[in-house]
Write a protein that binds this ligand. Structure first.
Ligand SMILES: [Fe+2]
Ligand SMILES: [Fe+2]
Length: 309
């Protein structure tokens, strides 16, 4: 079965805000790192990343996605989703089985990615492995970071795009202007809740991101899966999985006042991880069967039992 996704993977591609309009600007234009992993300047179609050649159509699609996302992601919605999906009572399967399930999901309209999702996962993991050969936990993090997208699959309730992908942001405090298409938060019921509309909202400065409710999607779900299944992956891995779409924080530095010292340490790994997540979507084909034994050994090491999802 192939599930066609109507939206691009909105949360993991180069993007920036226009300083004048604070709207999402869809282009590439990211600096190439001095050493280590060389970020390609073009995607597999020969275009710049995030260049939808549609400063019109594609931007409209992305904007409409964020309009719906910003209206519907409320504090109460996230609370309900965490409770419902945190039960992990839907499916039992291994990490590799989940990779294969996600393989049925092809993001048909992501201009940077015309391969099955498993290629993106393995490209990310293999690119990290090349530059950080000793950090095997980060290789596995690359492999599993997007597995939460199974939420789009019928056996997981077939959630709509706005509840699975896209940049994430905190609920329970004011929406920072660094969020793309910030103007649509005005239609979010939380926007006019006085408890949620100050800088700290219901939180206190330095409380730690673990205490902050973040919009629901594949990040938080995969974090719950890994944690509740008692993975032995280090805290930095769980942080990377949980916040890799939290672009307002790791790209724009917003909401830093909510972080504690541990978050500050973990954020360094997220910055490293992010460039591999972004730029591995290129035509470096991976021989899945060849690398599979290595990843199965990592899964065995960090997830010894079958997982509940
Ligand atoms: Fe992702
Ligand atoms: Fe990704």
């Amino acid at each position: 079965m192939t599930i066609i996704i109507d939206q691009p993977e909105l949360g993991s591609q180069p993007e920036k805000l226009s300083s004048e309009t604070n709207e999402l600007v869809l282009d590439g234009g990211f600096p190439v790192p001095k050493d280590g992993f060389m970020a390609p300047e073009i995607n597999s179609f020969g275009n710049s990343f995030r260049d939808y050649d549609a400063k019109s159509e594609r931007q409209k699609t992305v904007e409409e996605f964020y309009r719906i996302n910003h209206i519907n992601q409320t504090y109460d919605f996230v609370k309900q989703m965490r409770e419902a999906y945190g039960k992990l009572d839907r499916v039992e399967m291994s990490i590799w089985e989940c990779c294969e399930l996600l393989n049925d999901v092809i993001d048909d309209s992501d201009p940077d990615l015309d391969e099955p999702q498993i290629e993106h996962l393995l490209q990310t993991a293999e690119a990290i492995r090349k530059d950080y050969p000793n950090e095997d936990w980060l290789h596995l993090t690359g492999l599993i970071h997007d597995l939460g997208k199974v939420l789009l699959h019928p056996s997981f309730g077939e959630l709509p795009q706005w509840a699975v992908v896209g940049d994430t942001f905190p609920l329970g405090c004011a929406f920072d202007e660094a969020n793309v298409h910030h103007k649509y938060f005005k239609e979010n019921p939380d926007y006019n809740n006085p408890d949620y509309s100050t800088k700290n909202g219901i939180y206190s400065e330095g409380c730690g991101l673990d205490n902050v409710m973040i919009s629901w999607g594949h990040d938080d779900y995969m974090y719950l899966v890994a944690k509740e299944n008692k993975t032995t992956l280090p805290p930095a891995a769980l942080f990377v999985i949980r916040y890799h779409s939290f672009y307002p924080l790791h790209r724009h530095g917003a909401y830093k006042h909510l972080m504690n010292e541990e978050d500050v340490e973990n954020l360094k790994w997220l910055h490293i991880f992010n460039k591999y997540d972004l730029y591995s979507k290129s035509k470096v084909r991976i021989d899945v069967e060849k690398v599979k034994p290595y990843y199965l050994s990592l899964i065995e090491k960090y997830f010894p039992a079958k997982l509940r999802w």
